[in-house]
Design a protein around this ligand. Structure first.
Ligand code: CA
Length: 223
């Protein structure tokens, strides 16, 4: 899962980025509205954290532009505590949720988890596919109750497939959601990660759909 943070407060931006990376996300950062708008307009994020008070272009304008262009990415806005009008303007502009400053990073993490899983159609923080359970809260996965020891890349791969279970996900899409903008992307490495993940899982749930990509699906005879 890949997140964009648009926040001009350098310390706050860094603090959020570190917490999100720690929780297993890939993070891109922007420090003004123009850069943030550009990234959100051209890169496929799973969620965006958007400050309202930004240099170059304010957060409400950035959001209006994205929505006007049909970008449906879940957006969490950051507002000043005493500015109730910012919350109203933000939600009217197409924000999915907001957090008022000052906030606890844990609250932002919880809201981001909820936005991402709801956007993928999951109501619960745990996503289940046959014997595999993904706990989005602790960023851990189990197979038949046994915890998998995954690298951050393997976790991201599994998390993306689990959020989109039953759907065919292309290699390009996986690459776009597993690496940040500065990473030297190579879609051939996805095959290697899928191979390692299959081995660690020990169950054959990740199907290769020839020419299209991968799909995680519970066996039809389960349940
Ligand atoms: Ca600001």
């Amino acid at each position: 899962m890949r997140i964009l943070i648009v926040e001009d407060d350098i310390n706050l931006n860094r603090q959020l980025a570190e917490a999100l990376k720690e929780a297993g996300y890939v993070v891109d950062t922007a420090f003004d509205g123009e850069e943030g708008h550009f990234l959100g307009d051209t890169e496929p994020y799973d969620a965006i954290i958007l400050d309202i008070g930004l240099p170059e272009m304010d957060g409400i304008t950035v959001l209006e532009k994205w929505r006007g262009a049909g970008r449906a990415t879940p957006v969490l806005i950051l507002t000043a505590r005493d500015r109730w009008s910012d919350k109203v303007a933000g939600i009217d502009a197409g924000a999915d949720d907001y957090v008022a400053k000052p906030f606890h990073v844990e609250e932002v993490l919880a809201r981001i988890r909820a936005l991402i899983r709801r956007a993928a159609g999951h109501a619960s923080s745990e996503i289940v596919c046959g014997p595999v359970r993904l706990d989005t809260k602790s960023s851990k996965a189990t197979v038949d109750g046994k915890q998998l020891k995954l690298t951050s890349h393997e976790y991201r791969l599994l998390a993306y497939l689990m959020h989109h279970k039953g759907e065919v996900v292309s290699r390009t899409e996986l690459v776009e959601h597993m690496y940040d903008q500065d990473f030297d992307r190579d879609s051939n490495t996805i095959e290697v990660f899928v191979g390692r993940l299959r081995k660690k899982m020990g169950v054959d749930l990740i199907e290769t759909v020839r020419g299209l990509g991968y799909r995680i699906q519970a066996p039809t005879n389960a349940n």
